[in-house]
Design a protein around this ligand. Sequence first.
Ligand SMILES: Cc1ncc(COP(=O)(O)O)c(C=O)c1O
Length: 454
Amino acid sequence: MDKSKYIIPENLMPPAWYNIQADIPVPVPPVINPGTGQPITPADLEPIFPMPLIEQEVSQERWLEIPSAVQAIYQQWRPSPLYRARRLEKALDTPAKIYYKYEGVSPAGSHKPNTAIPQAYYNKISGIKRLTTETGAGQWGSSLALAGSFFDLDIEVYMVKVSYHQKPYRRAFMESFGAKVFPSPSGETNAGRSILEKHPESTGSLGIAISEAVEKAVQSPDTKYALGSVLNHVLLHQTVIGLEALTQLEMAADYPDIIVGCTGGGSNFAGIAFPFLGKQLRGEEKAIKFVAVEPAACPTLTKGKYAYDFGDTAQLTPLVKMHTLGSGFVPLGIHAGGLRYHGMAPLLSHILELGFIEPKAYAQLGCFAAGITFAQAEGILPAPEANHAVKGAIDEALRCKEEGVSKTILFNLCGHGNFDMQAYIDYQAGKLQDYEYSPEEIAMALAGLPVVAG
Ligand SMILES: Cc1ncc(COP(=O)(O)O)c(C=O)c1O
């Protein structure tokens, strides 16, 4: 019988996360304190994050052990399955072999608990009582809400207003785990109030929601902030995805030629790609084509500038060097709420600059069409964010067909779309449209970038 999924037992779960900083040929540019213009120190980050996460943020160690308390919770859904998409291959009539790692099996329905659980754990052991955060699609807020309930932490979520209204079930999910949820911009913070004064109709953005959550965190010593993407430690936690996939592909006696993932802040893409890229950098395996797919409505990697910028709209965070559209950029209200972030992970941005990944931008209609093709073949309805990866993988498979070559494609199906039915209703009703920004609009968005020496 042809195998359709590769499952590894719990006792073969990766014992450590993989830190690509140990293997990249050029170090990542430092994070800058906007007050001093100098690289930040761990003490600068302490009002926002607990020390164990700050240590992970700057670590150069290749392997960082996964604590047993985190492993015990990971075990609830990990290792996640690796599927061979045989029916999709057939539907596309492609000679390519397509594999996907399915992260929708987590309790929140995406890859986000892979970092929510350790972030809650490290805050708990550091004596923290409350975490604040932002959420776009609601996947990250749901993940932190459930992590907070496992580790008995209060969770406060600022949810981008457009998503808050598009996804009432996500809010109900978070509240079921005891989290408090506010539509952002909200009247709870100075950042939210000042945006509402200027733009009472603001639909919000991840940048604004981050400002609100950071502002609340720095006000109390027992409260810290948790971020669902972008930072080095978040990408680190997500490497369990790629590490498991390595073992599973070994079981399939295969190795990818192409790896595809969607990119909002970069964490699920890094999670699947970095363990493979690490092997390539250490000369242990062949080079792979890594394809990072973003929405045309938020084209950070393809049209953004590689520059120092703030991580949030109110400019409360340190300055990081990343591909950015400017911290004031408010992307149009596409349904892939998790991909509406103005910046990209500094680590991923740096790796793009080094030439190891190929970015692509797709408009949403084609992504939804790809998601439906995938669902009808494989039976899983992807999250709107994940549809970008599905489209990227399908395009690669169709190219194989055109060229008459068989390549092995691996993509990350980072979440299911079972809470995203409004998006599918709007798509089927023909209510969605494609957006693309003109060079003038991008230039305007970038005009306010901070000036940083070097
Ligand atoms: C299902 C899903 N995929 C992708 C993303 C984008 O984040 P990242 O690029 O960090 O994986 C999100 C973010 O909320 C998400 O919910």
